[in-house]
Design a protein around this ligand. Sequence first.
Ligand SMILES: Cc1cc2nc3c(=O)[nH]c(=O)nc-3n(C[C@H](O)[C@H](O)[C@H](O)COP(=O)(O)OP(=O)(O)OC[C@H]3O[C@@H](n4cnc5c(N)ncnc54)[C@H](O)[C@@H]3O)c2cc1C
Length: 583
Amino acid sequence: MAGSSLRSNIANVLVIGTGAAGLRAAIAAHQAGSEVVVVGKRRRDDAHTVLAAGGINAALGTVDPQDSWQQHFGDTLREGYFLADPRVVELLAREAPAAVRELADWGAPFARTSDGRLDQRFFGAHRWRRTCYAGDWTGRAILRTLASKVTELGLTVIDDQYVSQLLVTDGACFGALAFDLETGERTVFLADAVVLAAGGHTRIWRRSSSRRDENTGDGMYLALRAGCRLQDMELVQFHPTGMVAPEEAAGTLVTEAVRGEGGHLKNALGERFMARYDPERMELSARDRVALANYTEITEGRGGPNGGVFLDITHLGKDAILERLPRMYRQFLEYQMLDISQQPMEVAPTAHYSMGGVVVDPDTHVTDVAGLYAAGEVAAGLHGANRLGGNSLAETVVFGRRAGEAAAAWSASRDIQVRSRQVIRAADQELSGFIRHGRQFARPLQRALRDAMWETCGVVRDQPGLRHGLERVAELGELASDVDVRPTSEGYGDLAHALDLRASLTTAEATLLAALARTESRGAHQRRDHPGLSAELRVNFQARLDADGRLSTATHPVPPVPPDLEPWAEPSQDLSAIGRLLE
Ligand SMILES: Cc1cc2nc3c(=O)[nH]c(=O)nc-3n(C[C@H](O)[C@H](O)[C@H](O)COP(=O)(O)OP(=O)(O)OC[C@H]3O[C@@H](n4cnc5c(N)ncnc54)[C@H](O)[C@@H]3O)c2cc1C
């Protein structure tokens, strides 16, 4: 189309991402009558969603009949410190039960009660047991189910495609440019509508529950470049329990299901220290509180030999552990030769989930750019300042479906679509510009960025640290302009790393800017120099790229709670208590 080396591929709806959100969007768009193509930068059966462990939320009331979608709404809004969009939360809570039943009907092997209903376990800060699960491999079970459905419906899925740019002209998205990670072959994917389901940015911290080459902020970067706003980037969930050793496994998640199944947190003195931080809910407190409690115990010198605290599930017994936490049992055997039915695990906080992301309309998940939709972890709006465990998988299927349907409707409503050769040519040239000899390599710069983010923008932050973080990002940005990128016998990995680095640097900067602006402690955002909650800062921070390519940040009011749901959204406890923990 724009050059002889470019192939083209045409569909009504292009889905970027083969995680749960992307696959659910693709199924919905297909069922709504669209021709769909799905692309992902790694194998479809290995998208990040496979890591999800403990479960997916839906107010089914199987084991606690008192539960209701309204209670799920209230728990989510309250524990998010009232920064979430109430309409997004309402849709999630209302629609998750049907979405989970649908997965079960499609064959997801969720645990059942003895009378055959979907079993539910406790997750932290939920009023009732509402988390459905498949052992501790729920994400893999869901992804396999969706992938089988995609195959059954005959949808086109193309792996190993790295999207470098969304194509936008006249304020509307008409596709994306991608290259094949093995051959380098470039394809212009032309589509009436695009669903971006490319995940979050938590791999930019040294300790992270994500693996290499995922969650590098690509989706957020692509959207920002296309003209979208990003929101709540400073609100990053640090999961309280990541592995601390060996070094190559540090950050790997120890699922919340361990605490859900009755695990106790103890410090080196053997104290169940959650009694000091949240005596009512103890280990089943919200993630932000448990993460801060673990952090405090460790930094005040009550940690273990590897700089963690202890998570003890030995009292559950080996049979129950193998039945309910099989992956955790094997994970510790494999990495540490530790039998968790005999000895406690040593754990510490790890960067886990991007609660911020692309600004979307609550109902359709359309972004600021016509024809461009975003769903799953890449999107903002649901979690506020603290995500409840199990809500993310629910989000992928509820809003993946909504985005897919809306994208198909947009496609069906269009007679004519404008596509710009100039935009395609410019995207192609920009990609070619990355392939050059240089004095730097992307991997060490990625590592340096991860170190900088961990040290300056971790569980607890302050102004001097955040400013220093911005300086480091600027220095690394300079070095990144001299990165060596060339094809090797293994393909175009260098190019992918250079682009990952570009996305990570920009999302890091957006995160640091918003973290500086939020001069309070709220949920997962803890400021040593601003320990209290500020009523005026019950706002969202939004970032956009100015015409000169610089990031700017502005505040945006949180939409009001609908009057009929207000009784469910009453703060049930003193939310400022979390700030006081730092004082
Ligand atoms: C260890 C772990 C355990 C978790 N456990 C739970 C749990 O029990 N319950 C729960 O609710 N949540 C859990 N989560 C969170 C949840 O797994 C994720 O938020 C969710 O799976 C995100 O799904 P997604 O479809 O939005 O994105 P992902 O699954 O991250 O998929 C992103 C897709 O985008 C593709 N992509 C990215 N960039 C590009 C690009 N430039 N070009 C092309 N393709 C691209 C990727 O290849 C991938 O296919 C857990 C997370 C982790 C890390």
